[in-house]
Structure formats: C-alpha cells, structure tokens
Write a protein that binds this ligand. Sequence first.
Ligand SMILES: [Zn+2]
Length: 362
Amino acid sequence: MRSFVRTIQFSALVLLSAGCGSEYYSAADFQKVEKIDTHTHLNSLDTSLVEQARQDNFLLLTINVDVPGYATVDEQKKYALHQIEKFPDDVKFLTAFTLQNWSSDNWQSETIEQLRLAFREGALGIKLWKNIGMVYKDSAGQFIMIDDPKFDPVIDFIIKENKTVMAHIGEPKNCWLPLEKMTVNNDRNYFKNHPEYHMYLHPEYPSYDEIISARDRFVEKHPDMRFVGAHLGSLEWDVDELAKRLDRFPNMAVDVAARVPHLQFQSQTNRDKVRDFLIKYKDRIIYATDEGISTDSDPAQAKTELHDHWLRDWKYFATDEMMTAGEVNGEFQGLKLPREVIDKIYHDNAVTWFEIPSENGR
Ligand SMILES: [Zn+2]
C-alpha cells in the first residue's frame, strides 16, 4: 500500500488537488496528505483505530508505557505486535521498561535484555513516563529522577542500537496550580479526576522546576541520544521556554500530543508568536494526539474521537478559520502554517526522529 508508485500517485494527486504550487493546504486536503500520529496507545486486539488511520491517511506509532492500572508492558507489546501483524504498513511501536525491580543489582542487565528483544521485534525506541520523578522511589525513600546514573548503561544501549527515547517527564505546569488557576479545561478535568497526580495537593513531591531540571540534565549528558519530549516537553505553557531548550539541545524534538490546546490558548493572546515559533522550529515539532483504545473502550466511539481530534488539529494548523474547542475558553484563529511546515510536522519529522523505515515512511 505504501509502494513507491503509490507515493508518486499520491504526490501528484496532492499537487493537483491542493492547486499546483499553492503555498498552503486547505481543510479539504486533510485526507489527501500523508500523515503520521506518533503518540497513540493501541492497548487492544481491536484494530478500529488503525482502520480509521488508513481512511484518514495516517501511519500510527503505538506507545507502550509503564503505567499502573494499564496492561503490563509485556501485554501492551503483544497488542502492538498484533496490530502490526494485521496492518504492517500502518503501525509501528515503541517499547517501555519498568522500575519495579530498580533496587536489584540485575536491573540494568535485565532491562537491556528486554529492550534487545523488543528492538529485534521492531520497536523503534522507548517511552519513559512521569512515574520517573513523581512516583518511583529508591530503597532510601528518595524519588528516582531521570538523570540518575543508574539509567546511563540502558540509555547508552538504546543509543548504540540507534533507537529513540521518547519521554513524558513531569506534567503541565498547571499540575502545580489550583484547579481554578489552570489555563485549559482538559488539564482541569484530568487533575480533578487524578488527585494523586495533582501536585498542587502534594507539596512534598519534587517541584516542577526540579523535575524539568533533571530532564534537562538528562538530555544534556546524552548528546548522542535521539530525544523526543512528549507533550511539548512539559514546556507547553510558553513557546519561548520551549524554544530555549530546543536551542540548547540539538538532539531534542517534541511532540504536540494532548497539548495542542496549550498552543491554542497562547494563540489567543499572541497568534503570530505561536505561528513564528512553529515555523522557526519546523524540524523539531512532531504531530501526535495521545488518543488510544483499550479492551474496555467502545471501538466506534474511539474511532470517532480520533477522527474528530485529527480534523480539529488539522483545521488549527492548516487554516486561518476562527475556532472554538472544549479545552479552551473563548475563540482562537487557526495558524495557517505553510505547506512545507505542515509536511514536516505531520510527516517528515516523525520519519527522521523515529527512524521509521522507508517502506513505512512513505
Ligand atoms: Zn501517552
């Protein structure tokens, strides 16, 4: 399906339909443009979301992650491999490891062996989660931070294998604010439902700055690591802050998963600033949603949510229409990014930063 011939046909079709030489895409170009969503969680044998992705011309990365209450990392890998077996051209995956055995002397060697196997099975990299810095403690009762030297041999192995490290470290800055001070409604709802992660209620936990500083030191000490900061690198609240990190760390890119409302919120006060940021850092921003499906999801509903999410984001990035969204109070205007920028954010950067094999990169 992703054959070279098909790519040529597609490109020709896109050129014709988008108006040859046109500098911008329209809302109607959504289906025609080849896109990648690098942050989904397909934790089910149900393939509805991949079918939706095929209809909407998306390749999906499904991300395994060490979350309490989720399927285990091993079970998640089985779901990912099942989806890939059914749709090898349309799905890729990232693996994860757990810190449950952290205090064991064998944690590093066991983790490396587990990663070696997952890489052999096709994993393009690994996902680190916010439980590092916010949940896991060492035997002395201290929070385990991501710049802990015990991670180094594992990270060195990942670099040697030419795989990508995706990291959701920390939380939106809103997490350290009371509910009524939060900037976007999706954060307000999430932390209302997850008081265990609402750090405003837990002043004894590491602060936002401590967690972000540990992450920055981690990126700095592994300059050869291909690093993708999930969720705008937890610097979603200010594109200037994010720009500082991208300037400082050439090995860092970020995905926009579940944080587009934060860009929309900033657009309300300074649309040009957000737009200029995305244009300047067009090689470092990766499109993603954080949508998913689990064994207790309603597949039809999950499909609709994913499709609607994709359409809404496309309208925001590709057009200059006035919009509203449930996550943001008030109106904002779409960014109408140049076509070259859309192509990078929606496709080319994912291929580069996750080394998606060319037969899938399309
Ligand atoms: Zn996620």
